[in-house]
Design a protein around this ligand. Structure first.
Ligand code: ADP
Ligand code: MG
Length: 256
């Protein structure tokens, strides 16, 4: 059996620094930082060269994945971090356990189905949208969360704002776009047009989760233009599952 250390030998500082520099130049930044610790551990446990190497590479991979996930979580811009497991199904009779499990399987996302959560305020629409978004994100999908109000604002400022451009680029590249609180306030013709074009871009490329306290048949009144409304509903509802949530507001019930 081969050991990486000869009992009691300590790390040579200059070769350690050299290795770290080499690792950095090879873009193995995480390994470079952690190298002293990993070498020390290997020396102490007298592990084989191969075991040492495996440890180092595994560390690099794990850290990269963690950072990647952190980045995607930040980009997703969720308003809060609430999972589906934190959603109490006993409090929401409209959604069965079986239905919830089906949603968690993400087949709808794989097949680019949209999900529309409808219901009065406080019944858990945003929570469920965020929960599904987190689940999708952990499964490796690119997810973006935005409120309808913020989306309209972002679309209107796309030409002039770098921040809006970045945001929209991420939205257009996402596998899942969550648009929260649809049609909360009436929007004008220009805004409706911008919104339609975005939905059209997403159509066939991504799934959309929409939440709204108004039924699709009422969206038209808020959008104004009947032609745009028809085209929009056509895109959104073509492959969509509509989930009606009702009951008392969880927010009101548990307010203390
Ligand atoms: P909506 O978007 O329908 O107005 P939210 O999703 O924002 O409602 O829910 C309001 C609050 O109540 C949130 O803090 C949410 O986590 C909580 N909530 C609602 N329904 C449930 C539930 N069934 N189990 C756990 N928390 C819930
Ligand atoms: Mg909400």
């Amino acid at each position: 059996r081969i050991y990486c250390g000869t009992g009691g030998e300590t790390m040579n500082p200059s070769s350690l620094a050299k290795s770290q520099e080499l690792l950095r130049s090879l873009r193995l930044k995480e390994s470079a930082e952690q190298l002293p610790v990993i070498v020390k551990e290997a020396e102490e446990s007298e592990c084989s060269y191969l075991t040492f190497l495996t440890h180092l590479l595994e560390y690099e991979k794990k850290r990269r994945e963690e950072k990647q996930l952190e980045k995607r979580l930040k980009w997703a811009a969720f308003p809060f971090h609430k999972t589906l497991d934190e959603f109490d199904l006993k409090e929401q009779q409209s959604l069965s356990k079986k239905h919830m499990n089906q949603l968690k399987e993400m087949i709808w996302l794989e097949q680019m189905y949209n999900i529309i959560f409808l219901g009065p305020p406080g019944v858990g629409k945003t929570h469920l949208a965020v929960g599904l978004g987190l689940e999708a994100l952990y499964q490796g999908y690119k997810v973006m969360f935005i409120t309808m109000g913020e989306l309209i604002q972002t679309l209107k400022t796309e030409e002039i704002s770098r921040k809006s451009q970045t945001k929209l680029k991420r939205i257009r590249k996402a596998d899942l776009v969550i648009i929260d609180d649809l049609m909360f306030m009436a929007i004008n013709q220009n805004e409706a047009n911008l919104f339609f074009h975005l939905i059209n871009d997403l159509y066939n490329n991504a799934s959309i989760i929409l939440t709204s306290n108004k039924a699709p048949k009422e969206w038209g009144e808020l959008l104004g233009d009947p032609a745009i409304t028809t085209a929009l509903l056509d895109r959104i509802l073509h492959r969509a599952e509509i989930i009606h949530l009702n009951g008392d507001s969880y927010r009101m019930k548990y307010r203390s």
